[in-house]
Write a protein that binds this ligand. Structure first.
Ligand code: OSB
Ligand code: MG
Length: 375
């Protein structure tokens, strides 16, 4: 397929509720949307880089620079038949996985539409896996730091009442052990996990040894974003599995982390690892080793959420993802239809061509800060 045109949108979408982590608070979600045109079709991808370089060094501005300066020129006007064809053209660019992943996601959507297949089916073609892909994916909700523990308990209760069967809470210094104790006191049997977003050091191991007593599903990214060595030392001291998020930025990093025992679970974020192809490669490797994976979230709009739900349908995604219903993030979203929580704490995998959601151009226009067209 010849790539005729690429559009880039920098948008800012108000969040229904502010989202606070150990490193930042977001009230509006800034991200980029990429549209690729070919054969009269349009594929959409979302770049999950944020306004500020807190989760990763990438921001909406660095991603704009890398996309417009290097990635888009590498594929514009070219004939691209597979995602690999595109990846090969920008492989020389070091880093910037979120910028690369956005372009690749739009291309997967475009190519899937051209083949009249869903993204989920294109990711799991017949014969690739010995188990069928899921039609519905298990999901949970990631609850940010709240003003008070009472606020947190109220908020968790509301999500439990809505039907979410797995809760993740964000922790940071001053909002950790007592918070976990309070949540466990109120919800003794709730599948519960914590995410520190790199707020701690190995010297804090005693804190995690106490947390080990609270029957947590996992402890996500307690130590530095660029570390796996100290994570391996910490994991050796705990029964609770460690899960790495920030530290895994490529299939090689996933392999290294598993080889040295830095984690027992991997949170796969398509943007953080550089695209759907890399995400599937990590999934395949982990599955071959019996390591469970799940789909992380970056407060995506419907565009990114649809791609996440599709990849989370692969058989090795055995743990609930951070993929909540649209209404928990945006009202309204830029894409239709919204994702709605099923009674069994799942989201349904779209079956329409490509990612299976449509961008509403009128709403997109209202939230766009900057737009550019190439070709
Ligand atoms: O660490 O998983 C994280 C959101 C922004 C940045 C980092 C993280 C998160 C989440 C949100 O936990 C998950 C979601 O999209 O619901
Ligand atoms: Mg995380």
């Amino acid at each position: 397929m010849k790539i005729d045109q690429v559009e880039l949108y920098h948008i800012s979408l108000p969040l229904v509720h502010p989202f606070q982590t150990s490193f930042d608070i977001e009230r509006e979600r800034e991200c980029l949307l990429v549209a690729i045109h070919g054969e009269g079709l349009t594929g959409w991808g979302e770049c999950v880089a944020t306004a500020r370089p807190g989760f990763s060094y990438e921001t909406v501005t660095t991603a704009w620079h890398i996309l417009t300066g290097f990635i888009v020129p590498a594929i514009l006007g070219q004939t691209i038949s597979t995602p690999r064809d595109a990846i090969d053209r920008y492989r020389w660019i070091r880093g910037h996985p979120m910028a690369k992943a956005a372009l690749e996601a739009a291309l997967w959507d475009l190519l899937a539409q051209a083949q009249s297949t869903s993204l989920a089916d294109m990711l799991a073609p017949p014969g690739r896996y010995d188990a069928p892909r899921r039609g519905k994916v298990n999901v949970g909700v990631s609850v940010g730091v709240q003003p008070t523990v009472d606020d947190l308990l109220t908020r968790i209760q509301r999500f439990v009442d809505q039907g979410y069967r797995r809760i993740k809470i964000k922790i940071k210094s001053g909002w950790d052990l007592e918070t976990v104790q309070a949540v466990r006191g109120r919800f003794p049997d709730l599948p519960l996990m914590v995410d520190a977003n790199s707020a701690y050091q190995l010297a804090d191991a005693p804190l995690f040894e106490v947390m080990d007593e609270y029957n947590l599903l996992m402890i996500e990214q307690p130590l530095a974003y660029d570390d796996i060595v100290d994570h391996a030392k910490l994991q050796a001291r705990l029964v609770t599995p460690l899960c790495l998020d920030e530290s895994i930025t490529s299939p090689a990093h996933a392999r290294w982390a598993l080889e040295i025992g830095a984690c027992r679970i991997i949170n796969i974020k398509v943007g953080r690892v550089g695209g759907l192809t890399a995400a599937r490669e990590i999934h395949d490797m982990a599955r071959a080793q019996g390591v469970p994976v799940w789909c992380g979230g970056m407060l995506e709009t419907g565009v990114g959420r649809a791609a996440n739900v599709a990849i989370a349908s692969l058989p090795g995604y055995t743990l609930p993802g951070d993929l909540s219903a649209t209404a928990r993030y945006y009202a309204p979203d830029v894409a239709d239809p919204p994702f709605v929580l099923n009674a069994d704490s799942t989201l349904t995998v779209p079956t329409g061509p490509g990612i299976g959601v449509q961008v509403n151009r009128e709403r997109l226009g209202r939230v766009t800060i900057r737009a550019s067209r190439f070709g």
